[in-house]
Design a protein around this ligand. Structure first.
Ligand code: SF4
Length: 256
C-alpha cells in the first residue's frame, strides 16, 4: 500500500517568495495551456470596481436579474465589502479567452451563453404566443457554442489548484450568471432562492460584474485591451467591422 504524506498548507506570505512566484508562473502556464491568452499577474489597483454596473443590471434589465441567488438583488454584498474583498488580495491573475468570429452570437445578443432557452421556459407563461415565437426564432438565429464556460472552467481549475497548493483563499471571479450557464436546462430556475439549496454548490461563484461590481470595460482598457459592449440587446451585427480585436472574454482569479 502506498503511503501518502499529508502536505502542510503553504501560505503565500509565509516567507517563501521563490516558491510563491514559481506557483504563480505555474498557474499562468495552466491558463495558457487551457486556451487563455494575455495572462498576467496584477494587483487590486489594476482592477477597476465601479458601483454603476448595478444600474445596468436593474435598468435595461439583465434577464438574469433575480433568477440566481448569486446575482442582484438576491446577492447583495455591500459596496464596502466588495472593495475590501478585492483589496484584501495582493495578486490577481487576469487573462482573456478568445472567441471565434463565426460564433459571435455566443459573445453577445439574446442567445449569448445559451441563456435564451432557459428564459423562454421561465417567462413563457407571461408572454403571448407571438412573443414566445419571436424569441424562439431569435434563439434559432443566434444560438452558438459558448466559450464563456471555458473561461469559467479555467478559473475553477486555477482556483482549486492554488487551494491544493495551500493558497486557501484563492477565488475565481466569474462573468455571467449561473442561472444562465448552469441552470438553463432546468428552465433557469434557481432552487437556491426557493429552497435554500444550490444544484451546483462547488461550481458557482458570484458574478464578477453584478455581484462584485468589477468594471470589466475599464479594467480591459487599463490592460491595453479593446472591448465592446455586449449583452442581451447588442446583436452580433452591431459589432465593429474589425470584430476580432474585441472578441475576448476577460477572467480573473484572486490568489494569496
Ligand atoms: S441553483 Fe442554479 S441558479 Fe441557483 S445558485 Fe445554484 S447554480 Fe445558480
Amino acid at each position: 500500500m502506498v503511503e501518502t504524506k499529508r502536505q502542510e498548507p503553504r501560505l503565500a506570505a509565509a516567507g517563501d517568495e521563490k516558491r510563491f512566484l514559481g506557483d504563480l508562473e505555474k498557474y499562468c502556464r495552466i491558463v495558457t495551456e487551457l486556451g487563455g491568452v494575455d495572462v498576467r499577474v496584477v494587483t487590486p489597483q489594476d482592477i477597476v470596481q465601479n458601483i454603476r454596473p448595478r444600474l445596468t443590471c436593474i435598468f435595461g434589465h439583465c434577464p438574469s436579474l433575480g433568477t440566481s441567488y448569486f446575482c442582484p438583488p438576491n446577492w447583495d454584498f455591500p459596496w464596502e465589502y466588495q472593495k475590501e474583498i478585492l483589496n484584501s488580495y495582493q495578486h490577481i491573475i487576469i487573462y482573456r479567452i478568445p472567441y471565434e468570429k463565426e460564433n459571435l452570437a455566443c459573445y453577445t445578443g439574446p442567445a449569448g451563453s445559451n441563456q435564451l432557452e432557459g428564459y423562454i421556459y421561465q417567462y413563457k407563461s407571461h408572454w403571448t404566443d407571438e412573443e414566445v415565437q419571436y424569441w424562439l426564432d431569435m434563439m434559432k438565429k443566434y444560438t452558438a457554442p459558448m466559450s464563456a464556460v471555458r473561461a469559467k472552467n479555467i478559473g475553477r481549475i486555477i482556483e482549486s489548484t492554488a487551494r491544493k497548493d495551500g493558497y486557501y483563499f484563492a477565488f475565481t471571479g466569474f462573468q455571467g450568471s449561473c442561472s444562465q450557464h448552469k441552470c438553463t436546462k432546468f428552465g433557469a430556475h434557481c432552487i437556491f432562492i426557493t429552497g435554500g439549496i444550490c444544484r451546483f454548490p462547488c461550481e458557482v461563484r458570484p458574478d464578477g460584474a453584478g455581484a462584485m461590481n468589477i468594471d470589466f470595460m475599464r479594467t480591459n482598457a487599463r490592460m491595453g485591451w479593446k472591448s465592446w459592449t455586449g449583452g442581451w440587446s447588442a446583436l452580433p451585427e452591431y459589432f465593429p467591422e474589425d470584430v476580432e480585436e474585441y472578441l475576448y472574454h476577460t477572467a480573473i482569479v484572486y490568489i494569496d
